[in-house]
Every structure is written in structure tokens, then in C-alpha cells.
Design a protein around this ligand. Structure first.
Ligand code: SF4
Length: 162
């Protein structure tokens, strides 16, 4: 199986989950919370002609107010701490937080220091962790599939509690 076949199969599955859950596209706000830029290169790759995730109903949103999911990279530098919390608060519920890359998962090579918080979950409730330094685009797509299960569970819980 070629990489293109692999992406097509994963992408189609993800697309049908997104349509089933939202009845529309999935909107992602990407937040660079102090990464080395390696993870960003992989996020940008998702929109290149090989991966082209827009065809699977996935859009990168310009504002957290239009987002269903925050995709956070980096160990969260102290300088980005407040900005990340404000971004989270501006995102409508039910919202998901995905920590992408080893740094976002647990601080990675930067750790927990005077300059970095040591991972996104030190500040926000993380729903999905995507390990890797950096994770491949296929890993990001897989992580988004796991995220769809999580948001479905959140939506059911919200309905039950009404
Ligand atoms: S996980 Fe690796 S590629 Fe991503 S921000 Fe950290 S050091 Fe850079």
C-alpha cells in the first residue's frame, strides 16, 4: 500500500466521522505555544498536495471563536501561558484540546523550567495526546480520529445532563 493510499483510507474514515458528528466540517485552531517549529512544519504539510486535508472536511481556523478543537504544539513557554488560556476560554464548548508532539505532551526536551510549563496539561484539560518529535501527518490524522470519539462522548454527556 502506498502512502497516498494510506492517507486516502484514513482521511475518508475521518471525513465520515466528522460528517456524522458535526454535519459539517471540523474547524481547528492551531496554537504554537513555544515549539521549535518542527511540529508546525508537519501541520503545514497537512495542507500540501500530498495530504490535502481540506478534502476530508478539515479546516484550519483563523480564530478560536470559530474552532471545535485546539491543536497545541510546544512545551508552553511562560510567555505563551496567558495567551493559551485566553485562547481556550475563547473557544466555544464542547471543545477539544489536542497536545501535538512530545513537547506539548510532557515538555519534551524543554521540560518544566523557569521558561516553560512542561506540557499543555499543566494548564488545560488535554483530551488527546499525539506523541512524536515531530509526529508525522499520519499520526496527526490518527489523533484527530481519536479526538472525534472524545467529542462524541462529550456531546452525549452534555445531552444527558440537560
Ligand atoms: S516535539 Fe520536537 S518538533 Fe515538536 S516542538 Fe518539540 S522539539 Fe520541536
Amino acid at each position: 500500500m502506498t502512502v497516498e493510499d494510506e492517507i486516502e483510507i484514513m482521511g475518508q474514515r475521518l471525513h465520515s466521522r466528522i460528517r456524522h458528528i458535526f454535519g459539517r466540517s471540523l474547524h481547528i485552531r492551531e496554537v504554537d505555544a513555544g515549539s521549535c517549529n518542527g511540529c508546525e512544519v508537519e501541520v503545514v504539510s497537512l495542507s500540501n498536495p500530498i495530504y490535502d486535508i481540506e478534502r476530508f472536511g478539515i479546516h484550519i481556523a483563523a480564530s478560536p471563536r470559530h474552532a471545535d478543537l485546539l491543536l497545541v504544539t510546544g512545551p508552553v513557554t511562560r510567555n505563551m501561558e496567558l495567551a493559551l488560556i485566553k485562547t481556550y476560554n475563547a473557544t466555544p464548548s464542547p471543545k477539544l484540546v489536542v497536545a501535538m508532539g512530545s513537547c506539548a505532551c510532557n515538555g519534551g526536551i524543554f521540560g518544566d523550567t523557569y521558561a516553560s510549563c512542561g506540557g499543555v496539561d499543566k494548564l488545560l484539560p488535554v483530551d488527546v495526546y499525539i506523541p512524536g518529535c515531530p509526529p508525522r501527518p499520519q499520526a496527526i490524522i490518527f489523533g484527530l480520529m481519536v479526538a472525534m470519539d472524545k467529542i462524541e462522548q462529550k456531546m452525549v454527556r452534555t445531552e444527558v445532563s440537560k
